[in-house]
Ligand binder design. Structure first.
Ligand SMILES: [Zn+2]
Ligand SMILES: [Zn+2]
Ligand SMILES: [Zn+2]
Length: 260
């Protein structure tokens, strides 16, 4: 990889149910287009140093790591503690044993305390057999370094829940967003690559729909933009045809190079 560039891989671009959804026979869920198969939302950022940052630990983490041959994770950035973003954390046991040490996990104070509660067994001690994930939970309230690389949390709203998006170099990753507060806009504007959630066309109380995501993209004026956290309401081919230039529907396995 060229120096100064990070490689970003969309490990999962689906909403919490994934696509296809269990028990659904709709056009998207039965589509033969591989881009309509969406695992739960997560992103891998391979830094120019060779370190790997994972954004969220989706329940599909094991399948995602095998599919993309991820052998090392240096840090996890958590956007929030909803199940579709944290329940893959147990799968990091394998990385702990390959790497030897605890895995640094960053998030807001609320996200970190919720993870500590949900994964209480990992901190209780006395576990034998398959073991428990070895985690070093770090609450962050402003810019910090993950694997020695600068990361900036971007406070956003997910319905009434305050959560984080993240800015890593030229990449802004804002999933589960229903509003970008005024104070956060300077962190979003000027991103070379903006990733935003766009659940569906109909409005939703805790996620941008396509129209709202496009309005935010128009204001942010990124170099290019990608939509993620996509439900089965949106079929890849049909939606892609109506998106404006510079905006694409992301899909699982999509890789980009971004300014680090
Ligand atoms: Zn469906
Ligand atoms: Zn959520
Ligand atoms: Zn979500």
């Amino acid at each position: 990889m060229s120096p100064g560039l990070a490689r970003v891989t969309f490990l999962g671009t689906g909403t919490s149910h994934g696509v296809p959804m269990i028990g659904c026979d709709c056009r998207t869920c039965t589509s033969t287009d591989p881009r309509d198969q969406r695992l739960r939302p997560s992103m891998l950022v391979q830094l120019p140093t060779g370190a790997n940052l994972l954004i969220d630990a989706a329940p599909d983490l094991r399948a995602q790591a095998l599919r993309h041959r991820v052998r090392r994770i240096d840090a996890i950035l958590f956007t929030h503690a909803h199940a579709d973003h944290v329940l893959g954390l147990d799968e990091t046991r394998r990385f702990s044993s390959l790497q030897g040490g605890p895995l640094p996990c960053y998030g807001s104070p609320d996200t970190i305390s919720e993870i500590r509660r949900v994964f209480a067994y990992a901190f209780r001690g006395g576990h034998e057999g398959g073991g428990v994930p070895k985690l070093e939970l770090v609450a962050v309230e402003g810019p910090f370094q993950a694997a020695g690389w600068p990361v900036v949390p971007v406070p956003i709203l997910h319905g009434s829940l305050p959560i984080y998006g993240y800015r890593v170099g030229g990449l802004a990753y804002l999933t589960d967003c229903s509003e970008i507060p005024e104070a956060s806009w300077p962190l979003v504007e000027g991103a070379g690559t903006l990733v935003l959630d766009a659940l569906r066309d109909r409005p939703h109380p805790t996620h941008f729909n396509v129209e709202q995501a496009l309005a935010a993209i128009e204001r942010a004026r990124p170099g290019r933009a990608f939509l993620t956290h996509v439900s089965h309401d949106l079929a890849h081919e049909a939606v892609s045809r109506r998106l404006p230039a510079g905006v694409e529907l992301a899909y699982d396995g999509l890789m980009l190079e971004v300014e680090a």
